[in-house]
Ligand binder design. Sequence first.
Ligand code: FE2
Length: 334
Amino acid sequence: MERHLLQEVQIPGQKALNGWGTLPFVLAPAEGRIVTGKELVDWIKQEKSWIEEQLLKSGAILFRGCDVNNAEDFNSVVEAFDYEERLYTGGLGQRSHVVGRIYTANEAPAHVYIPFHHEMAQLPTSPSKVFFFCDIEPTKGGETPLLWSNSVFRRVQQECGDFLQQLEEKGLIYQFFFGNEDIPDSYIFRSWKSVYKVKEKAELEAKIAQSGGLIKLEWIEGHGAKIMIGPVPAVKWDKKREQNVFFNYLVMTYTTDYEVLSKDKEAAAFDNVVFGDGSPVPKEQVLTCQRIMAEEKVEFKWRRGDVILIDNVAVQHSKNPCFSSRRILSSLIA
Ligand code: FE2
């Protein structure tokens, strides 16, 4: 097999990272070459360690222009890497199974903006990597912007060092209210049954007990469940790259308007994220973090058939509002 079936190409919007690679690193078939899904799969199996070297340097790799035409093809690409799958249990979005290891990405209505986050960073353990696939290419918005999380860490340190120190020392507690019933057409599924994929209260209690005390559960009679996660770290050490990452759900949780049924409004009224000692997180600093993320982001247009592999330790992602059709599929790695 050709060593250079795919080669590095440049695309508008990608960014050179200081001292690292390019976010994202983009691979496409050599000029005039058609690469079938099967060829791509074989190439990945053969070149996995080289691909992982590029992932280490760039944090995300975009495979563009190969014949990856549908969810089945995408599943074959994901399987070619032979990574262990991570299920979405405990994740806040609504995702449906498509085929094999493939799920829809968050089924938020197209116009909804999803803030930057490391996938499932609010949980004690998060996926190591995330794959996305562009099935229907959005034409107006709908990008999946990326963010080198160490650049956020460094800028927050420069602009509000005291705040960062508090985050490092105290960590964060995330508090979520999940009602007894799903909210129809909600993009953040609010019932504890759906979020935790259980039917009975006892089943949820058993699942929470497995967290070793890191997750606490409180039943709110007649309304639902209050879940408190943490304290969990707000900053992590990326061992592979030996640098800090701004690894949390702070901006995501703070700025998202979580829907609840009107009968549950009172039961659900508490701050969604607080410092690890229970003290409130100052709004001004959260907004500073949000601004820094917007200034540091990388944004590029999806093309149909794109597959992107994101290192969830190094890189955050978000979703821009979309005003055209769009279908992005995903798969999570343990
Ligand atoms: Fe996400």
